[in-house]
Write a protein that binds this ligand. Structure first.
Ligand code: FMN
Length: 442
């Protein structure tokens, strides 16, 4: 029966949004879950929700053109005979050869070395492109053992035992058959063209005591020379940091939920883990409770894009940060110059995340020679160096404005939070107050 009154306008459900319905239809049509690269795409509390207070009368700023603000960092000072000294506290995170092309690895090495920082291998082992162009190279020791080689352990400057990643704590990665070229297959000792899943846990340990034994083994193989990092995803950062320290780590690498990945299930990226903002204070608390803050260094990652992000992470207590996605963007990933080709792949610049398919028009996340030969590693390295330099200058500008003569002197007291969530997670006061949720038990 029609009513004499106007109809209620059509309303779409917030819960069953267009995106949610499209995913239901995609799943119904294909019968497989969505796999993609990159980090979480939903809104999460992040560094943007914090602000620096800056100096005025009660704090005295430093003069940019005359007064020094240092940016260097030592990593691995606890046990290693040869700790690492970097000019800047922004490092390049582990990204696998396989996910990335050889020329992309070379560009990471070139850019990082020119900027005075380190690069990191990844699942799939050490390439000559990266070793040859990286002044300081961290070698990942992963659950998968893909590309693991004891000689390469000795050729590295530090070793990173990967327990987990922020994009998928508790899970393993994927490298689909399209990207398993002859070379990738040879390095991983697995068949060409067949999908590979990386293990979610190390095959030879079942808990923290085994981690301690493994770290001792790695120290012996490398004659106690190299710093040993332990990388954890942002799951239970207080206990995981404490256990890594107990197991003998020189450095803890903490990767929050925003952290990128080469490829895994979308449901994992979007629904497992904790934002990096929530993880840092818990890891710092664990280090402080053990009397190890600044003795065991903390590197944090997950969605870091600017010098402001770097400065905020350091003000919360990190010694350094690592970047993955931002480094790829600096090299040329998702650049609008490739828009016509992104459109052919059914996507658009800024949204391209099918890195597992190996069709990257920028030649970065591919093993197809036609595509990766488009990428110029010298130019890519220069772009990365410029970007790292800008991030460092930005962080220094902020530190000076807070009256600090070293980035490490930034502290939570320099910050305020814009939202209740950020205040609660970062444990810094809500703007305009001296309070954050949880302070004094309230
Ligand atoms: C293309 C790509 C490949 C990656 N491969 C690895 C890997 O092999 N091992 C690992 O521990 N993490 C890997 N990661 C995660 C990064 O090391 C790092 O934790 C993450 O990228 C940090 O977050 P961000 O991308 O927001 O900077 C990868 C990330 C990307 C984007």
């Amino acid at each position: 029966m029609t009513s004499e009154f106007p109809h209620t306008p059509p309303r779409k459900s917030y819960t069953f949004s267009d995106a949610a319905n499209a995913e239901i239809r995609r799943a119904a049509a294909s019968g497989i879950y969505d796999i993609r690269g990159g980090g979480t795409k939903r809104y999460l509390p992040h560094f943007d929700d914090l602000l620096f207070l800056g100096a005025s009368i009660s704090r005295y700023p430093l003069e940019g053109y005359r007064e020094k603000c240092s940016t260097d960092v030592w990593l691995g000072t606890r046990f290693a005979k040869n700790p690492i000294h970097l000019d800047i506290p922004v490092t390049i995170a582990g990204m696998s050869f396989g996910a990335l092309s050889g020329p992309a690895k070379e560009a990471l090495g070139r850019g990082a070395s020119a900027a005075g920082t380190s690069t990191t291998t990844g699942d799939g082992g050490m390439t000559e492109e990266e070793r040859g162009h990286s002044k300081t190279l961290v070698y990942q020791y992963l659950p998968s053992r893909y590309g693991m080689n004891p000689d390469d352990l000795r050729r590295a400057d530090a070793i990173e035992v990967v327990v987990g990643q922020g994009a998928k704590p508790g899970g393993g990665g994927m490298l689909l058959g399209q990207k398993i070229s002859d070379r990738v297959a040879m390095m991983r000792n697995l068949p060409k063209g067949i999908d590979q899943r990386s293990a979610c846990r190390h095959p030879d340990w079942t808990g923290p005591d085994d981690l301690e034994i493994k770290i001792l083994e790695l120290r012996e193989i490398t004659d106690w020379e190299k710093p040993i990092y332990v990388k954890i995803g942002g799951a239970r950062p207080y206990y995981d940091t404490a256990l890594a320290v107990k197991a003998g780590a020189d450095v803890v690498v903490l990767d929050g939920m925003q952290g990128g990945t080469a490829a895994t299930q979308d449901v994992f990226i979007e629904h497992v883990g904790q934002p990096i903002l929530a993880c840092i204070p818990l890891a710092v608390k664990a280090l402080q409770d053990l009397g190890m803050h600044r003795k065991v260094q903390l590197i944090v990652s997950g969605g870091i894009r600017t010098g402001a992000d770097v400065a905020k992470a350091m003000a919360l207590g990190a010694d350094a940060v690592a970047i993955g996605t931002a480094a790829l963007v600096a090299l040329g990933d998702n650049d609008p110059v490739f828009e016509a080709e992104y459109q052919k792949l059914g996507t658009t610049a800024g949204a391209y995340d099918d890195w597992h398919e190996g069709k990257d028009p920028a030649g970065i996340t591919t093993q197809d020679p036609e595509l990766y030969n488009r990428f110029d590693p010298v130019l890519g390295g220069r772009r990365l160096k410029n970007y790292l330099k800008v991030m460092t200058l930005e962080a220094q500008t902020i530190a000076r404005a807070c009256g600090k003569n070293h980035l490490h002197n930034l502290e939570p007291e320099d910050l305020c939070a814009l939202t209740m969530e950020a205040a609660a997670m970062a444990r810094v006061p809500l703007a305009g107050t001296d309070w954050y949720p949880g302070k004094n038990g309230f």
